[in-house]
Ligand binder design. Structure first.
Ligand SMILES: *Cc1c(COP(=O)(O)O)cnc(C)c1O
Length: 359
């Protein structure tokens, strides 16, 4: 079997053990004679898979009964519309902290449905920091305050979450399950699955129950949280295989020791990589140290002319998908939960060799 060290930003690496289990169960899931992909979502065998996945996620994240957990289609992008449609009325205001490309997309989409107030933005410095909360221009009457807990492209991560008089909403697509979070601080947390949860096509929404049931009449039914919660996320066909795979990832995360243990692993991986960057005269990390992401690590080489040689040298060593996003340039190493320490060690040793050769 050949597996690369995969630093893709998303869809991203999944734990090898999870893929092995999925492979073993592919043709004949627990003697049912069929693949999970081929089962009715109404069958008791799939309903069990779905319920176990939800229970494991609740346990991992400490999600109380005050919250619904929904497993829907449509990506995090679907929720950029779903959130204002469900949680605001026309004319209501959503506050946003604009910390990068994903914040910007969420702001643009919400603007179709409600008033948006960009309370703070780091766009003037190419999203290299989070503006200090004391400078935020929050509106007095906002319904929601939206943050992106981890900007996947820029590599900027909230290390602690803001206090807010309005309801806090977070796009956690690229750092959910990477560390413990106090869910009770949030009205809603949402995440596309393809970074830290499972395959693309599944979106997880954790929403406080009292916020649901007031969706606008024009809300598409499949995006209506109350309808989906009543139907156990099966008002339309849910992404069944993605849900099953997410369940395997949740079980894997529990076996790692839960989110505290995973957070320690992630911190050690990130430290190794950022220390290598900071300790060189050749690599630069553009993001302010205090908010550097433990999941997505952008860095540039001293000479952009060497980018191609770096990428091909990396691939020759089995290190894949390191090319940075075009808006940032250089490299980006995404080191999600499923990327092992060995992959980061291998990257760091290649970086040092490359610097010695070209620096
Ligand atoms: C990937 C990503 C998205 C978009 O997810 P889709 O599933 O493509 O809609 C949104 N926000 C963040 C932070 C992401 O990393």
């Amino acid at each position: 079997m050949h597996r690369t060290h995969n630093f893709s930003a998303g869809p991203a690496a999944l734990p090898t053990e999870v893929l092995q289990q999925a492979a073993e169960e592919m043709l004949d899931y627990q003697s049912s004679g069929m693949s999970v992909m081929e089962m009715s979502h109404r069958s008791s065998i799939f309903v069990d898979i779905a319920a176990r996945a939800e229970a494991d996620l609740r346990e991992l994240m400490g999600i109380s009964d005050d919250y619904h957990v929904l497993f829907l289609q449509g990506g995090a992008t679907g929720q950029f519309a779903g959130i204002p449609l469900n949680l605001t009325a026309p004319g209501d205001t959503m506050d946003f902290i604009d910390t990068g490309a994903w914040s910007k997309k969420a702001i643009k989409e919400a603007g179709k449905y409600c008033q948006v107030n960009v309370a703070a933005s780091s766009s003037d410095s190419n999203y290299d920091h989070i503006p200090d909360p004391s400078s935020w221009q929050l509106s007095a009457d906002a319904k929601l305050l939206h943050i992106c807990s981890n900007e996947t492209i820029g590599g900027v991560q909230f290390k602690d979450f803001p206090e807010s008089s309005s309801t806090l909403v977070a796009d956690m697509s690229s750092d959910i399950l990477s560390r413990p979070v106090d869910v009770n601080r949030f009205g809603l947390i949402y995440a596309g699955a393809q970074k830290n949860i499972g395959p693309a096509g599944l979106t997880v929404i954790i929403v406080r129950k009292d916020l649901c049931g007031k969706a606008r009449t024009e809300t598409p039914t499949f995006l209506d949280y109350a309808v989906q919660a009543d139907a156990d996320s099966m008002s339309n066909t849910p992404p069944t295989y993605g849900w099953y795979l997410a369940g395997l990832v949740f079980a894997w995360a529990k076996a790692q020791g839960g989110l505290q243990a995973i957070a320690e692993q992630n911190a050690a991986k990130a430290k190794l990589l950022y220390d290598a960057i900071d300790g060189s005269n050749f690599y630069t990390a553009p993001v302010h140290e205090a908010v550097r992401s433990a999941m997505n690590v952008p860095f540039t080489l001293a000479d952009a002319e060497l980018d191609k040689a770096f990428l091909s040298g990396a691939e020759a060593r089995g290190l894949f998908n390191l090319k940075g996003h075009r808006s940032v340039g250089g490299m980006r190493a995404s080191i999600y939960n499923a990327v092992p320490m060995a992959a980061v060690e291998s990257l760091v040793s290649f970086m040092s060799e490359f610097e010695n050769e070209h620096g």
